[in-house]
Ligand binder design. Structure first.
Ligand code: GTP
Ligand code: MG
Length: 268
């Protein structure tokens, strides 16, 4: 049987990532366009304390700037970009719980409605990623996001697999000379996710219990393929989770946001 989905709201994209990575700055840029005399750079931002959503228009064949110029084009699709606070105490477990839900829908902030979830953007600061503290902190948040999506795959009812939710790892602040290139962001994260994976599985063995009241066998804390020695993002395809890493920047000179915009346009 097919279930009725009473969506009245637009498709949504969830924007997550550590505090200070530039999520709110990115939403502001998408919303009002690049710097102009009216809107000087840098776009004002503030530390977020609660989620918020912004309606955006996109057409997959256009660049971000042409979309702004031709917002009335017939091929334009609308979607909600949901900004979330990155602070560890504010990244409510609700976000992760929602990612795990087989429904693939997300609560729209300040509205009782649920919107179909089409994609997740994990924004990180590539200019500080090589620091001893920030790599583990960033990777452990990413681990939880990917594990939630992986566990979602197992939560299907009957034979119908839940709709897949792709993940864009957006490596921000490429305008700064300390920024790691996307290829190094990828390999550093893979190595760190692998470390977290073996540390967590040892912890689980030592304590004899899982972190949650998880009863289902497959619903464990091991990210990626069973028996794999090294973690690779490609392993997430086993759970129908596509992961792509693309560099960019919200402020300053660099590749900008066009590739992220295009990725979104192909998925909303
Ligand atoms: P939380 O709300 O705490 O989760 O943080 P956030 O991810 O929303 O970060 P926010 O958008 O507030 O940006 C943090 C800082 O990074 C601000 O000072 C931004 O101006 C700056 N920033 C954002 N993007 C870039 C970028 O591409 N390059 C540089 N150099 N700075 C950036
Ligand atoms: Mg913010």
């Amino acid at each position: 049987y097919t279930s009725v989905t009473p969506y009245t709201t637009l498709p949504s994209v969830l924007l997550v990532g550590p505090s200070g990575s530039g999520k709110t700055a990115l939403v502001t840029l998408f919303e009002r366009g690049p710097a102009s005399p009216d809107h000087p750079e840098p776009a004002p931002t503030h530390t977020s304390s609660s989620p918020s959503s912004t309606e955006l228009s996109i057409s997959p064949s256009h660049t971000y700037k042409t979309d702004l110029d031709s917002a009335a084009a017939t091929s334009t699709k609308k979607f909600l970009l949901i900004d979330t606070p990155g602070h560890p105490k504010l990244r409510s477990s609700a976000v992760l719980a929602q990612l795990r839900s087989p429904e693939a829908s997300i609560k729209v902030p300040h509205s009782g409605e649920k919107a179909p979830l089409r994609a997740v953007v994990f924004l990180l600061d590539a200019s500080t990623l090589s620091s001893d503290d920030l790599l583990p902190q960033t990777a452990s948040y990413l681990y939880d996001v990917l594990l939630s999506l992986q566990n979602r795959f197992h939560s299907r009812k009957g034979s119908r697999a839940p709709a897949s939710v792709p993940v864009l790892i957006a490596a921000n602040k490429m305008d700064l000379f300390t920024a790691l290139p996307a290829s190094l962001v990828k390999s550093s994260l893979e190595a760190e996710l692998g470390r977290i994976r073996s540390a967590r599985s040892k912890g689980l063995l030592d304590s004899g219990v899982g972190q949650d009241d998880i009863t289902e066998d497959k619903d464990d804390g091991w990210l990626g393929g069973d028996g794999s020695e090294k973690f690779k993002f490609e392993q997430m395809m086993e759970f129908d989770v596509e992961v792509e890493i693309i560099g960019g920047n919200v402020i300053g000179d660099g590749p900008g946001v066009d590739k992220w915009w295009k990725w979104l346009g192909e998925r909303v």
